[in-house]
Design a protein around this ligand. Structure first.
Ligand SMILES: [Zn+2]
Length: 179
């Protein structure tokens, strides 16, 4: 069970590319010893395929976390799904003028994104048209074929997020989930 998660989702990876790229990202995280295989998966307490590795502290921002267990399991997700921030949800804002998206309209468009393609959205205030995944905010919702989810981890370091992003692809989004 988890009550928070940090999700790094990549928006350009196609469904066909996702499994191979997910495997490469898993190899890199294993090589770095950030994660290790979960030898004793438990459907309730340790359902994830991976658990924090001996060097997991290298991935987090606050070095006080360098002893003991960093967090719970890690999932590397290679199928299309909605990545939502749970109770943290706040509609994203226009990247041009910071006007917030109407919440109902946003949720409707997420379904369009999941079922078909990422919508291009025109801001009601400044008339700028922007892809939905480029509206800004850490509490938004994204649809992605590829993502890494860290359950109950402390904040990740900026360096680690950049390194992970390099391996995932060019359009990564960070989602902070509260369950
Ligand atoms: Zn705007």
């Amino acid at each position: 069970m988890s009550d928070s998660a940090i999700i790094v989702a990549e928006l350009t990876t196609s469904a066909e590319e996702a499994p191979a790229r997910a495997a490469a990202v898993a190899d890199w995280l294993l090589d770095q010893r950030i994660i290790q295989p979960n030898d004793q998966p438990d459907p309730l307490w340790w359902p994830s395929q991976y658990i924090p590795g001996p060097a997991a502290a290298a991935a987090v921002r606050d070095l006080r976390h360098n002893t003991g267990l960093i967090g719970d399991g890690i999932d590397i997700l290679d199928h299309r799904q909605v990545h939502d921030p749970g109770g943290n949800y706040t509609p994203p804002t226009c990247p041009n003028c910071t006007t917030p998206f109407d919440e109902d309209a946003h949720i409707t468009l997420i379904k369009t994104w999941l079922d078909r393609t990422e919508p291009l959205v025109t801001c009601e205030n400044c008339a700028t048209a922007t892809l939905l995944g480029d509206w800004t905010g850490p509490w938004a919702i994204h649809v992605a074929n590829l993502a890494v989810r860290f359950h109950n981890w402390p904040p990740l370091s900026d360096t680690f997020i950049l390194e992970l992003g390099d391996r995932l692809g060019p359009r990564c989004r960070l989602i902070h989930k509260r369950i």
